[in-house]
Design a protein around this ligand. Structure first.
Ligand code: SF4
Length: 293
């Protein structure tokens, strides 16, 4: 690994360039479908047209899709024998270079003083999660979440008497709709909702965020959750919030749900919101081969 350090930092820089400037084709296609679904000449169509034009220009010029290039969440799956400290250093160098080339806005500030590190490196920044797996490959995934959409993420403790949400699928549905209503006018719509149920507070929030790596139209393997995803997509799109909050039929592009076990006395539902600038990418190193997705 130590010999590959320079290669890896360059690959991370390229991963960030792609994530920050080149929206994946499937999500761009989802936005294009939404455009075709909105009424001709509506504010929703105008907003989606501007979004698509922005996506094209960003890709063409390697400019960030949005001025807020987000907080960096990086997930590393690595083979036995890998050293986390080596990966960390290579990733940080990739982040430094990507910031210097303006694929990233300097977004890491000291939480107490507000001082900006100017290179996206700081205490807990980037946020790196390691997982050793049985595969000989290395996979690095990145999720860039802007402040506006991260502020819209939420966690509920059920039962929630104010919302009338109990500890069941109906209750889950109610709180996710509530999160979508509260995101109105904040996280730029149309968005993607990652939903996790169960665990403790921290693991529930983490699992919800990880749902944002799922592929467009990838339904849960659990038939009840798959049905809930379709229902929620319909529920949220019936709210009429629309692209950029201008009204319309498209408020959500996707809803992904998952579940894990919980303590009998707790029932958490976490909602991770991703805006239309849905920046996630992965790179997989398979021997000599490097695959960006
Ligand atoms: S919510 Fe998303 S699209 Fe809107 S400003 Fe934030 S990062 Fe950009």
């Amino acid at each position: 690994m130590a010999n590959d350090y320079k290669d890896l930092s360059g690959r991370v820089e390229e991963l960030i360039r792609l994530s920050s400037t080149d929206l994946s084709v499937s999500w761009e296609g989802a936005i294009r479908n939404a455009l075709n679904n909105e009424s001709v000449g509506s504010s929703a169509q105008i907003a989606l047209t501007a979004i698509l034009e922005n996506i094209g220009l960003a890709r063409q010029n390697s400019y960030p899709i949005c001025q807020d290039t987000g907080f960096l969440n990086i997930y590393v799956d690595y083979p036995a024998g890998g050293r986390e400290s080596d990966y960390t250093e290579a990733i940080k160098e990739g982040v430094r270079q990507a910031t210097a080339k303006q694929y990233l806005r300097p977004n890491a500030v000291n939480s107490l003083t507000g001082k900006n590190s100017e290179n996206n490196i700081g205490l807990g920044a980037p946020n790196i999660t390691f997982h050793q797996w049985d595969s000989p490959d290395t996979r690095i995934r990145i999720l860039q979440k802007g402040g506006g959409c991260e502020n819209c993420s939420a966690q509920y403790r059920l039962p929630d008497t104010l919302l009338g949400a109990g500890r069941d699928l109906k209750g889950i549905r109610k709180v996710v709709i509530d999160a979508a209503l509260k995101a109105q006018g904040q996280g730029c719509a149309p968005g993607v909702f990652g939903v996790a149920v169960g665990g403790d507070r921290a693991s529930c929030a983490k699992l919800a965020k990880e749902q944002l790596f799922r592929k467009f139209a990838e339904r849960s393997q659990n038939p009840e959750l798959a049905k809930l995803e379709v229902q929620l997509l319909d529920d949220i799109n019936s709210l009429g919030i629309g692209p950029m909050g201008f009204g319309g039929k498209t408020t959500a592009l996707e809803v992904f749900t998952t579940v894990q076990d919980r303590h009998p006395a707790t029932f958490y539902v976490s909602v991770a919101y991703g805006c239309w600038a849905y920046r996630n990418r992965s790179l997989t190193i398979k021997g000599e081969e490097v695959i960006y997705e």
